[in-house]
Design a protein around this ligand. Structure first.
Ligand SMILES: Nc1ncnc2c1ncn2[C@@H]1O[C@H](COP(=O)(O)OP(=O)(O)OP(=O)(O)O)[C@@H](O)[C@H]1O
Ligand SMILES: [Mg+2]
Length: 291
């Protein structure tokens, strides 16, 4: 009897992501990656190694999460066994990273009936890291035609940080995210959903257009705009909330904060937060307080 052992890989998230239509930016890249992932799950041969790169905070992780969720959904519908994972090569031991990587490659080799979508965030800092032996093993792995039950999707900010010998082996996708004023306006709209929250959000289409232009002029990223919407959703921020936010430091960890909603989110409020956000984090909070 074969004993099931726990996977050596790290599980990649919960499969929750924004719906596809709310992932703002170049649709053709999303569609290409989506069809690549679908073909992989359905077993149609394609490239086993792809790289997604783009600017910081432009929505790469959001897109990768969507692709993971999409792959899981296709696998479920088709009754295909699929794991969405990442290589886990962090180790405090000498050569530990190499050993862990090789163990995970073995797992792929020994589970041919199963498929693995391997999403590697910060690809440049993990599989491409300074250890040249690890990078060599990664090359050997992607060159090995005997292992083809995986699709490796690397995600990185700067393609220049990827070793050329790895870059040469993958199909590269560049994605810009929310670039134009209109796209930035869309992003704001999707994060506030005025149509779903008429009692809380009072911003017209025309005003969203102006805010999108402002975001463009201030050079705010998709990540900035998402944080800004979260600040606005918290409504009138009191002193305690300010302290909590400053301690949390990073917008991704703000989700658990209690919402204090004593007014509607209006054009003026969002404009104010955007301008202050562009000046730096210390300006974002205090000036938001309204009577
Ligand atoms: N183009 C976009 N479409 C939808 N949401 C976006 C977009 N860009 C950014 N976001 C939102 O902004 C936040 C940060 O985005 P995300 O983490 O995906 O960016 P990233 O490119 O992976 O950033 P990093 O360079 O830090 O890895 C997320 O909450 C995400 O939903
Ligand atoms: Mg990311």
């Amino acid at each position: 009897m074969k004993i099931e052992t726990a996977s050596e890989f790290r599980n990649y998230g919960s499969g929750i992501s924004l719906p596809k239509e709310e992932i703002v930016g170049d649709n053709s890249v999303v569609n290409q990656l989506e069809s690549l992932v679908t073909r992989f799950v359905l077993g149609v041969n394609n490239n086993r190694f792809v790289l997604l790169h783009g600017h910081a905070r432009s929505g790469k992780t959001e897109l990768a999460r969507y692709l993971g969720a999409h792959a899981s959904a296709v696998a479920r519908t088709e009754g295909i066994s699929l794991s969405v994972v990442s290589f886990d090569v962090r180790s405090v031991y000498q050569d530990g990273n190499l050993m862990k990587f090789l163990d995970q490659v073995d797992e792929l080799r020994n589970n041919k009936e199963k498929k693995y979508l391997i999403i590697q965030e910060e690809f440049d800092a993990s599989l491409n890291q300074s250890d040249p032996r690890l990078a060599s093993e990664v090359c050997r792995f992607v060159d090995d035609d005997n292992i083809n039950n995986y699709l490796l999707l690397g995600v990185a900010n700067q393609i220049e940080n990827i070793a050329p010998r790895l870059r040469d082996r993958c199909q590269i996708f560049y994605r810009e995210g929310a670039k134009s004023a209109d796209q930035k306006a869309d992003l704001l709209r999707y994060h506030l959903h005025p149509e779903l929250n008429p009692d809380r959000v009072e911003i017209s289409d025309e005003e969203f257009g102006k805010l999108g232009q402002l975001a463009y002029d201030l050079n705010l990223t998709g990540g900035d705009l998402t944080s800004i919407c979260r600040f606005a959703e918290m409504g009138t921020i009191n002193q305690d909330a300010v302290v909590m936010i400053l301690k949390a430091g990073n917008s991704g960890r703000l989700k658990g904060l209690p919402k204090i909603q004593s007014h509607k989110i209006t054009y003026d409020i969002l404009e104010k937060i955007m301008v202050n956000h562009a000046k730096g984090p210390e300006h974002t909070f205090y000036e938001l307080q309204t009577p």
